[in-house]
Design a protein around this ligand. Structure first.
Ligand code: MUC
Ligand code: MG
Length: 368
């Protein structure tokens, strides 16, 4: 049923250094998966991560090795095109590897939706919206540059909500940087922070108190991934919304965190969840537990970004919007027609499958 599974590593410089507590990115390595079915239909998926092995448990190189060695032979042996059955077989045969699983599942869903002549969102249950609000991350590391960048984004009608990456510098320096940006942009502009698990619980208490007093709207993954008890205590302690990001590693962890109301908001990421279907499961668990949703990114290029958009378009509650700006951080376009960003939103395509056309000549030039 599937003729070939190819994994392509494509290194693209970013428009500026992107500084997180765990890494500074100058380049993003897109991990693209192309599956060709025996009838010739092609599907695309993406397993991009951030900063090699510094963010997630899979690196671009490990994803490629594991797909070539384990996923590809498994897919060449399947005799049907039933995605539920193939996903079950993959889960049974392959442990972990959520990013790789997501890329494979996305490509299979792209093929299936193309065969049915439906946008991918429609085989995930159906979209509730055609456009998604998209924020921008300010992560140059320089307060004045970040303020200028934010003002430009508002003027261009590209983004009017901003997330700041903090946690790399001493706590007070980071907090002062955030408050200075909030003051410069004013009360109308929503400012959020992502600490990427850099603070101890005590630092969280000190830092979040000041951020809450300074009018910040959302605090993302402030403490260690495994310390979900601390995350729950912070959620109970503060009025400002606390969001789980790295702590969410799929429906199981979502269920465990939801059971103790361990966060006010879930950052749903399709790769972290292990697939688009699993991301929808995470969203459903959040909904049932009264937890708000935010559509997260692994800073994927256009393939993973639009796959995420199809999944997020089906969510009932998307109270905190999305951060699907990954392609805008890259200096090179790999689609024949770029994704449509306008009026602070990303448009979810209506064409069959993912609804995009990958520029294969461009990828051939750029791939490792
Ligand atoms: C993260 O942890 O949220 C998403 C946006 C961004 O700037 O970094 C990523 C990772
Ligand atoms: Mg985050």
């Amino acid at each position: 049923m599937y003729k070939s599974v190819e994994t392509l590593l494509v290194d693209i410089p970013t428009i500026r250094p992107h500084k997180l507590s765990v890494a500074t990115m100058q380049t993003q390595t897109l991990v693209l998966v192309k599956i060709t079915a025996t009838d010739g239909t092609v599907g695309w998926g993406e397993a991009t991560t951030i900063g090699g092995l510094s963010y997630g448990e899979e690196s671009p190189e490990s994803v490629k090795a594991n797909i070539d060695t384990y996923f590809a032979p498994l897919l060449s042996s399947v005799q049907n095109q039933n995605i539920a059955q193939i996903s079950k077989l993959i889960r049974k045969t392959i442990n972990g590897n959520r990013f790789a699983k997501c890329a494979i599942q996305t490509a299979l869903l792209d093929i299936q939706a193309k065969r049915l002549s439906l946008p991918l969102s429609e085989i995930l249950g159906g979209r509730l919206r055609d456009r998604l609000p998209v924020l921008w991350t300010l992560a140059s590391g320089d307060t004045d540059k970040d303020i200028a960048e934010a003002k430009k984004m508002i003027e261009l009608k590209r983004h009017n909500t901003f997330k700041l990456k903090i946690g790399a510098r001493p706590l007070q320096e980071d907090v002062d940087h955030v408050i200075a940006i909030k003051k410069a942009l004013g009360p109308e502009v929503s400012i959020r922070v992502d600490i990427n698990r850099a603070w101890t619980e005590l630092e969280c208490i000190r830092g979040i108190q000041q951020l809450q007093d300074g009018g910040i709207d959302l605090i993302e993954q402030p403490c260690a991934i495994q310390n979900t008890d601390a995350l729950a205590r912070l959620t109970q302690r503060f009025e400002v919304a606390i969001m789980a990001d790295e702590a969410l590693t799929g429906p199981d962890s979502a269920f465990r965190i939801a059971q103790k109301h361990g966060a006010d908001v879930f950052a749903v990421k399709v790769e972290q969840s292990g697939g688009l279907i699993e991301a929808c499961d995470v969203a459903k668990i959040a909904c049932l537990a009264g937890i708000d949703l935010y559509g997260g990114t692994m800073l994927e290029g256009p393939v993973g970004t639009i796959a995420s958009a199809h999944a997020f378009s089906t969510f009932e509650n998307l109270a905190f919007g999305t951060e699907l700006f990954g392609p805008l951080l890259l200096t090179q376009e790999i689609l024949t027609t770029p994704l449509q960003y306008e009026n602070f939103e990303l448009v979810v395509p209506n064409a069959p499958g993912l609804g995009i056309e990958v520029d294969e000549n461009k990828i051939e030039q750029l791939r490792r």
